[in-house]
Design a protein around this ligand. Structure first.
Ligand code: MG
Length: 377
């Protein structure tokens, strides 16, 4: 990759490029290098190392490309992040190219989230993770300016956060499969990745270890609606709460057919990205899985959750593999949702933030301003 694409121009850019400089060192440097009253955006690629290979219905991988973002205004820094699993169509180059085009210094007020989102849409369509990274950093910045975490600003009760699920996928090595299953022990819900050839084997192996509720994510892997229905009945007898994206996102009629007959709620994930997709999902799905990297960040995610609830749909809050930066941002919304799948930071080996925690299986939002994530030195 072209080194030029790593960084926005300016002193902070040079500091970001000069690895290894700790983020806290960058933050203190930032305080003396920014122009008063002007927002300054900087960013750098940061590859996430997965603790275990992800075996999904349609792919396998051991890393996720990411980009870390900072927006600084008058000595206060907001942190954001883009995570780009390959199937979403963004990568380090597309994200850094998009961020390089942005001129946030034109906005005198970081609270103008609507205006800034409108501006980002005018710069380029799509680029949802790139836009999310800016949105998260702006929420962190504005929350810090107000001295409040976003769950408070939204009026949410932090005691009402759900349990999070912890995700496992199939492994052909029985010892490795057993180790993955034992790793689920601290969690109150286990999310099982399905859509491969060993769907029932994973559940049977898990059930020899634990009775905790499971949820299932088929990642569009079930091609036949009759078989999908049979799986839903089989899973309903094994303490499964819902099934996420059972069939191809384009198979709306088959999904609606399945939903009418399934004993389990059917939740849309790959089918849906942003706010206008919520009403499209109604009828074929019982609920939606909101992820910040799909929704362009917290601003639209909040709107999606509000709309889905008003339409009587279930709301799930998911994530990509992310550091505790983006996970803490998502956690701010978690008191609004029925189910959370916020294990992205638990699945990586190189987290660089402290933030939202899982305690006894439940999401705990840090009582800190902004998104509540602080960089580890
Ligand atoms: Mg999913």
């Amino acid at each position: 990759m072209n080194r030029r694409n790593f960084i926005k121009t300016g002193v902070l850019g040079a500091l970001f490029a000069a690895s290894p400089v700790s983020i806290s060192a960058l933050e203190s440097a930032t305080r003396t290098s920014t122009t008063p009253g002007k927002m300054q955006l900087s960013f750098r690629p940061y590859e996430l190392q997965l603790r275990h290979a992800f075996n999904l219905a349609r792919s396998q991988r051991t890393t996720t490309p990411g980009v870390q973002v900072q927006i600084t205004l008058d000595g206060i820094t907001g942190y954001g992040e883009a995570s780009m699993p390959p199937y979403l169509g963004e990568n380090v180059e597309s994200v850094t190219t998009f961020l390089s085009k942005l001129d946030l210094a034109q906005f005198k007020d970081p609270f103008r989230l609507e205006d800034i989102h409108e501006y980002m849409e005018s710069v380029a369509p799509n680029n949802r993770a790139a836009k999310a990274s800016v949105d998260i950093a702006l929420h962190d910045l504005t929350g810090k300016i107000m001295g409040q975490p976003w769950y408070k600003i939204w009026g949410l009760n932090p005691d009402r956060t759900p349990n999070t699920s912890f995700t496992i996928s199939y492994d052909a090595d029985p010892a490795e499969m057993q180790r993955k299953i034992e790793e689920t022990s601290p969690y109150k819900v286990v999310k099982v990745k399905m859509g491969l050839d060993h769907d029932k084997e994973i559940v049977e192996a898990l059930r020899r270890h634990t009775d905790v509720p499971i949820c299932v994510d088929a990642n569009q892997g079930w091609n036949d609606r009759e078989k999908a229905l049979e799986m839903c009945h089989w899973l309903a007898e094994r303490n499964c709460m819902f099934v996420e994206q059972p069939m191809d996102k384009a198979s709306i009629d088959d999904t609606a057919w399945l939903r009418e007959r399934s004993p389990l709620p059917i939740i849309a994930d790959e089918f849906l990205q942003r706010l206008p997709d919520v009403s499209r999902a109604a009828g074929a799905y019982d609920g939606i899985n909101i992820k910040l990297m799909k929704s362009t960040g917290m601003h639209e995610a909040y709107q999606m959750a509000t709309l889905a609830r008003a339409m009587g749909m279930k709301v799930m809050l998911g994530c990509m593999t992310e550091t505790s930066c983006a996970i803490s941002a998502a956690a701010q919304l978690s008191p609004m949702v029925d189910w959370a799948d916020l294990d992205g930071n638990l699945l990586i080996a190189n987290d660089i933030f402290d933030g939202a925690k899982i305690v006894d299986g439940k999401v705990i939002i840090p009582d800190r301003p902004g998104i509540g994530a602080i960089p580890l030195a």
